[in-house]
Design a protein around this ligand. Structure first.
Ligand SMILES: NC(=O)c1ccc[n+]([C@@H]2O[C@H](COP(=O)([O-])OP(=O)(O)OC[C@H]3O[C@@H](n4cnc5c(N)ncnc54)[C@H](OP(=O)(O)O)[C@@H]3O)[C@@H](O)[C@H]2O)c1
Length: 341
């Protein structure tokens, strides 16, 4: 605990802010599906941030802060900045022992006019390109970013299985696949087994509760969830009637393109009501939001983006926090009529 606070203080010349220092606990880990891999409850994503939105040295400081905070799980994708996020991570991670972190990447979205989807040729081409950018021989998790309607499922599963057999990926996962396609993939004989599902999940977006979590629990697939802070909205930084803070995602030309839907007045009103819930529970807003997704045993990790190192520490401090039934009820009341998805 002492060491953890000392390392946080390094980023805060005037002492820790924006999270309860007395709530810092050691990072907890959860098993990733039926694999032997344990991932930190809080992980570090790299979508809009390390694909170019955040300056290189700051991005590097965020990744180093993740290691300091006990985070061992890093998520990226080939399409984030068309290779830029993977290249940045490859450069920074080269200074760390390969066995000290769990690395996940993805394929599916276009890398060029002709390179896209989940055909066997693309699976083999994209894994090799990702490994080269990431400067490693293997990823721990290779994920299909979406389902590919243009490729037979058997072809995709066959190619992913070959990638695992070749030792280029230890395990496979999917992101936002339709339930019936997940079921169909499970029935393909000899195919590598999924260990993870990567859905959007937050207090504001609860779609995975409608069948996905139930299915995955049944077959030992874990959720590793994206945008658990609703791109920052659930931190309470955006206030109704006020311009977004100048250093925030919503104010950023390069990173603000996907946040509008989450900035609707009724959403911000709901988030305002959550402020009192967090205060009552003696938690920060990020802690409340992250502990909420982690209340689900099927969620192995909350993948959080961060534009500065202190955010990484603030978010890591949500590990091991348990929300009482009263707090969970108060969250639902505060967000009544606001939840989407
Ligand atoms: N599978 C998929 O299709 C998919 C889709 C989207 C994302 N993802 C993955 O999930 C990761 C996370 O998603 P995300 O970045 O969209 O959403 P998020 O984690 O909900 O939000 C991250 C943003 O919130 C702000 N923030 C984070 N911690 C904060 C704190 N403690 N206090 C105040 N502000 C804080 C930062 O933005 P500012 O400081 O700039 O305001 C940060 O970039 C991605 O990086 C990616 O790896 C996957």
């Amino acid at each position: 605990m002492g060491a953890c606070i000392a390392s946080v203080a390094g980023y805060y010349p005037h002492g820790p802010r924006n999270f309860a220092a007395d709530k810092l606990a050691a990072m907890q880990f959860r098993k990733l599906g039926a694999s032997g891999i344990s991932v930190s409850e809080i992980s570090l994503g790299s979508w809009l941030t390390y694909s170019g939105g955040v300056a290189r040295e700051r991005a590097r400081a965020c990744v180093e802060a993740a290691f300091d905070a006990g985070i061992n799980f890093i998520d990226t994708a080939n399409v984030y900045g068309r290779g830029a996020a993977e290249s940045l991570l490859g450069e920074v991670l080269a200074a760390h022992q390969r066995s000290s972190y769990v690395l996940a990447t993805k394929l599916y979205f276009p890398m060029s006019q002709s390179d896209r989807g989940l055909s066997a040729a693309q699976v083999h081409k994209q894994i090799d390109a990702s490994l080269a950018r990431l400067r490693t021989d293997y990823v721990d998790l290779y994920q299909c970013h979406r389902y590919d309607e243009q490729t037979p499922l058997e072809e995709t599963m066959g190619a992913l299985t070959e990638v695992v057999q070749a030792g280029k990926a230890r395990h496979i996962g999917f992101s936002e696949w339709p339930l019936e396609k997940i079921e169909a993939s499970l029935a393909i004989p000899g195919a590598a087994r999924w260990v993870s599902s990567q859905p959007q999940y937050s207090m504001l977006w609860r779609a995975p509760e409608r069948g996905l979590i139930e299915l995955c629990e049944r077959v030992q697939i874990s959720q590793i969830v994206w945008s658990p802070l609703a791109q920052g909205v659930l931190t309470g930084k955006y206030r109704l009637g006020e311009p977004p803070p100048s250093d925030s995602r919503a104010a950023s030309e390069s990173m603000g393109g996907f946040i509008d839907r989450l900035m609707a007045p009724r959403v911000l009103e709901g988030v305002e009501r959550l402020r009192a819930v967090a205060e009552q529970a003696d938690l920060t807003m990020p802690q409340l939001a992250l502990a909420w997704v982690l209340r689900q045993a099927n969620v192995a990790s909350a993948i959080v983006g961060a534009s500065r190192p202190e955010q990484v520490h603030a978010n890591a401090s949500a590990s091991a926090i348990e929300l009482s039934p009263e707090v969970l009820r108060a969250i639902d009341e505060a967000l009544e009529g606001v939840v989407a998805g």
